[in-house]
Design a protein around this ligand. Sequence first.
Ligand code: NDP
Length: 249
Amino acid sequence: MTDTWVIVGASRGIGLEFVRQLLQNGHQVIAGVRSVSKADQLVKLKSQYTTPERCIIEECDVASEESIQKFANKVREAARSGLKVKNIVLNAGILQYPNRATELSFSEFALHLHTNTIGPIICAQKLVHLDTESPPSKIVFISSDSGSTTIFRDDEDGFGAYSASKAALNQMLRHMAAELTRRGGKWSNTCVLALHPGEVQTDMANIDLGWEVKGSIQADESVSGMLKVIEQMDETGSFWCWDGRRHPW
Ligand code: NDP
C-alpha cells in the first residue's frame, strides 16, 4: 500500500472508478457511500482484495449532517490508529433532470444544494479538521462545467438547480482554499482543486436531453486523466478539466 485516499460517493459511476483505479495502483481507499446495502458493485470490487484494509467501506450520506459527522468520526478513529489520509475526493452528486428555475420546487432545489454543495463542503471541512497534525495533500471537489459562470450555456435547458449548485460549490471551495492558505504553516501545503470530469457515460448522463452530447467519454478515461491532474497540479483554488486543461470559473 502506498497512499490513503478518501473517496466520497463511491458506490457507482465516477466514484467507483476512482476506487477501482486507486486499488489497482496499490493505494488504500476509504470509500464513503450513501448506503452500504446498495453499494453492490463496490462490495464486489473490495472482495477482489484479500486484505480488508485495502478498501474500507463506510456510510456517508452527504445530504445528512449526522451521517457526515459519523463518517468523519470513523475516519478520525482510523487516523488515531496510525492511518494518514493523503488525498480526499468529494465526488457525490445528484442531477434530477429537469430542474428549471421557472418550474422546480423548493425541495428539488434544496436537494441539489444539499447534495452538490453543502454536503461536499461540510464533509471536507469535518475531514480536514480531524488530523491537524498532518493535513491532507489534496482536497478535490468533483465539480462540473455546468458550474462555470464564465461559460454560461443558455442552450442547455433543464440544468438550473444543478448548475447553481455546482457554481456555489466552486465559490465555496475557493474560499476554503484561501482560508487554508491564510491559516498558513502546515496548512499552506494543502491544495484544494475543482475538477470537471468531462461528459462521462454514467447513470447521471443516461438521460434523454433532446440534444447531442459531444465528446462523451468512459469513466475509466475520465478518472485516469483526473488522477494525473490531482498528482500534478499544486495551485490551490484552481479549476481543471479531466484532461489537464485549465477550466474557467
Ligand atoms: P452517478 O449518478 O453515476 O453517481 C453519483 C454518485 O453520487 C453515486 O455513487 C451516488 O450514490 C452518489 N451520491 C448521490 N447522492 C449522494 C448522497 N446524498 N450521499 C452520498 N453519495 C451520494 O454520477 P457520476 O458518477 O456521473 O457523477 C459523479 C460526479 O461527477 C457528480 O458530482 C457529478 O455532478 C459530476 N459530474 C458528472 C458528469 C458526467 O458527465 N457524468 C459531468 C460533470 C460532472 P448512490 O448510489 O447512493 O445514489
